[in-house]
Design a protein around this ligand. Structure first.
Ligand code: UD1
Length: 417
């Protein structure tokens, strides 16, 4: 089993280029199934979730290869419309293949997806939307058996909650459907715009992505294209949190600061200097860090739940009391156990976490509980006195490209064993 060994205390100084976005790459890879031609994806992050998507594509009969940061997918011959239980369990994003395979073949058989255990993660919103589009869905023993008799039909779909995954799945199912689909109360995350831009480049007609009303006019056929995946705003926020925690000055390149308007002001409240210029962020951590006003996780453009763990980790040594309210997932404080073992003073009451800043954190042996929680433990370990040993790092590898190499390139004492 691999582990990260971190000797805390080094400041981070230098430049980090931000990887392509996991949460854009995964639905776009599923969307490639709809194209029936060759798709070339640039800036695709080398993370284990992307490899899981490649395995699903191959299972479906696509040709899929990955070299450098370029994924090449050819979905001309789809030989299968089912995804094995083993592959579905590897990640939550396997659920995107439901909309994509249905849109391409009119049927799909798969089991419920895996992914981080953040509490219940139902897919009822996906399912009721697909039913509105004419899909027959049988749910038995954790398996979904889906089919459409005469092709999918466009529909008016009002989401009960602006779910990111459901919005993307409906878009995937709707691009080749008969007629027009209108999604209201759609999620507005930037990754949804990236998916829509990719599909429009392939010939789809999607309007309004990024707003809460998205219109998809079904087309008969899509073609292939070359596309560059957007930068990962969550990875970017992670490296800023690491620098806030450890101290130092960072230049982040190839990022998109305009996607981070709810995150960057939090670092400024901590006392860090944040200067943005086009696709760059100049970041300087000033000590001591200060506690911040209460942070409530929200759907975009609110503060992202995905940034909660590592921003909390950076605040463990800030002067004063900080409060988080986790509104998106029920079980997203699993990193708190590891942080308190490092010496953090954190109280959890339901969806509220109260952090009293402490002067020092100490290196400990701990385990990544999930992807972003693992990044939170790394963030704290960089500032802790002594050595931390973080195991179960397969969670971290699901979303970060070689996190140890990125951080050691800016001065962290971190290695993988
Ligand atoms: C996506 C992101 C994930 C992020 C999350 C919230 C990807 C690949 N993953 O996950 O990193 O943490 O958005 O920003 O993009 N829900 C239901 N029924 C459904 C669907 C969702 O009740 O059918 C609930 C979920 O349990 C959760 C909330 O809605 O409480 C948000 O989920 P959703 O927006 O769907 O997140 P994901 O697409 O799973």
């Amino acid at each position: 089993m691999q582990k990260l060994i971190i000797n805390g205390g080094n400041k981070l100084n230098g430049e980090i280029r931000i990887q392509g976005a996991k949460n854009a790459a995964l639905p776009i890879m599923a969307a490639a199934v709809l194209c029936g031609e060759k798709v070339v994806l640039h800036n695709c992050p080398k993370i284990s979730d992307v490899y899981s998507a490649m395995r699903i594509l191959t299972y479906l009969g696509c040709k899929a290869s990955f070299d450098g940061n370029v994924a090449v997918i050819n979905s001309e011959n789809i030989t299968c419309s089912a995804v094995s239980e083993e592959l579905m369990r590897e990640m939550r994003s396997s659920i995107f293949f439901l909309g994509a395979v249905l849109g391409r073949t009119g049927k799909c058989r798969l089991s419920l997806p895996g992914g981080c255990d953040l509490g219940p993660r139902p897919i009822d919103i996906h399912i009721s939307a697909l039913r509105k589009m004419g899909v027959h869905i049988k749910e038995e023993y954790g398996e979904l058996d889906c089919s459409v008799e005469k092709g999918l039909n466009g529909a008016k779909i009002a989401l009960s909650f602006p779910s990111v995954g459901a919005t993307e799945n409906i878009i995937l199912a709707a691009v080749l459907a008969k007629g027009t689909t209108v999604i209201s109360n759609a999620a507005r995350e930037p990754e949804i715009i990236d998916l829509a831009e990719f599909l429009n480049k392939c010939g789809a007609k999607i309007h309004g992505a990024g707003g809460s009303r998205i219109t998809i006019i079904g087309v008969k056929k899509l073609s292939g294209c070359e596309y560059k995946i957007m930068p990962d705003r969550i990875a970017c926020a992670t490296y800023l949190a690491c620098t806030a925690s450890a101290g130092g000055e960072l230049v982040v390149t190839d990022c998109r600061p305009t996607d981070m308007e709810s995150i960057l002001p939090v670092f400024e409240q901590m006392g860090c200097l944040v200067h943005t210029l086009d696709d760059r962020i100049f970041f300087s951590a000033k000590y001591p860090l200060r506690a911040v006003a209460p942070i409530r996780t929200m759907v975009y453009p609110g503060f992202p739940t995905d940034a909660q763990a590592f921003v909390m980790a950076a605040l463990c040594r800030a002067k004063g009391t900080s409060v988080f309210v986790e509104n998106i997932f029920e079980n997203r404080y699993k990193h708190v156990g590891g942080l308190t073992r490092m010496g953090a003073d954190i109280l959890i009451e339901g969806k509220v976490a109260v952090i009293e800043g402490t002067a020092k954190l100490y290196g400990v042996k701990t385990e990544a509980p999930d992807l972003r929680g693992g990044a939170g433990l790394v963030t704290a370990a960089l500032a802790a006195e002594g050595t931390s040993e973080i195991s179960a790092i397969h969670h971290i590898d699901r979303g970060y490209v070689e996190i140890e190499n990125v951080l050691s390139s800016v001065g962290a004492d971190i290695k993988r064993i």
